[in-house]
Design a protein around this ligand. Structure first.
Ligand SMILES: C[S@@+](CC[C@H](N)C(=O)[O-])C[C@H]1O[C@@H](n2cnc3c(N)ncnc32)[C@H](O)[C@@H]1O
Length: 196
């Protein structure tokens, strides 16, 4: 099921990546019973609306001609791990990933997933505002908050680019990627190059 959904959306994953996504989904469902990490509970919907949606960022990186190899990537307000954890499963050691999350029970889940899946990323359990300026090459987020509040904070953290996943909404005045895959239609990712 997981493999087919990724495939029809244009992502060819290895058996090992499919296995990691499967384990991640099981843990998400298990922890959700107690910690309410996501409102989405149906497996197919978890794959589409969390996993595939997170990987649409990779399509935007490609559209913008961005090679992420060797880059430090930060997912701010990662929650249950989106989009950061799917990106790590997809890119593996090519990216150096940090997840920033201010709620400790969510941090505990992200640490647990890291150990369970054997992934190499860092979890910073704090508010992004507490981090130093220019800490990461690329800063990404999904469902973090109002643009006027988050844009200055994200730009401050990044050295190169900020990507903000907006879904169906396209605010005026931003560069963007428009994503269209089999399951994800007309979804927007804002692209903010850091201007020095
Ligand atoms: C609506 S959830 C989205 C979670 C995930 N990005 C997703 O798309 O499923 C927003 C998350 O951001 C975290 N958050 C909000 N503001 C933050 C900040 N300034 N620094 C760190 N985490 C923050 C919240 O605790 C919450 O887990």
């Amino acid at each position: 099921m997981i493999e087919d959904i990724f495939k029809r959306n244009g992502f060819d994953l290895s058996d090992q990546q499919v296995e990691l996504f499967y384990t991640y989904m099981q843990e998400l469902k298990k922890w959700n019973k107690v910690h309410r990490l996501t409102a989405i509970e149906e497996e197919e919907q978890i794959v589409i609306r969390h996993f595939v949606d997170s990987l649409t960022l990779a399509l935007c990186f490609e559209q913008k001609g961005l090679d992420v190899k060797g880059k430090s990537v930060c997912d701010v307000g990662s929650g249950g791990g989106f989009p950061g954890v799917p990106l790590k499963i997809y890119y593996g050691p090519q990216i150096n990933l940090t997840l920033v999350e201010s709620v400790s029970k969510k941090c505990a889940f992200l640490e647990y997933v890291k150990a369970k899946l054997g992934l190499d990323y860092r979890v910073l359990c704090k508010r992004a505002e507490q981090l130093r300026e220019n800490s990461f090459d690329i800063v990404v987020c999904r469902a973090l908050g109002k643009l006027e509040d988050i844009v200055p904070m994200l730009i401050r953290l990044s050295r190169e680019f900020v990507f903000i996943m907006k879904g169906k909404e396209l605010p005026k005045g931003y560069e963007y990627c428009k994503i269209n895959t089999y399951d994800i239609k007309d979804s927007y990712i804002l692209f903010l190059p850091k201007r020095r």
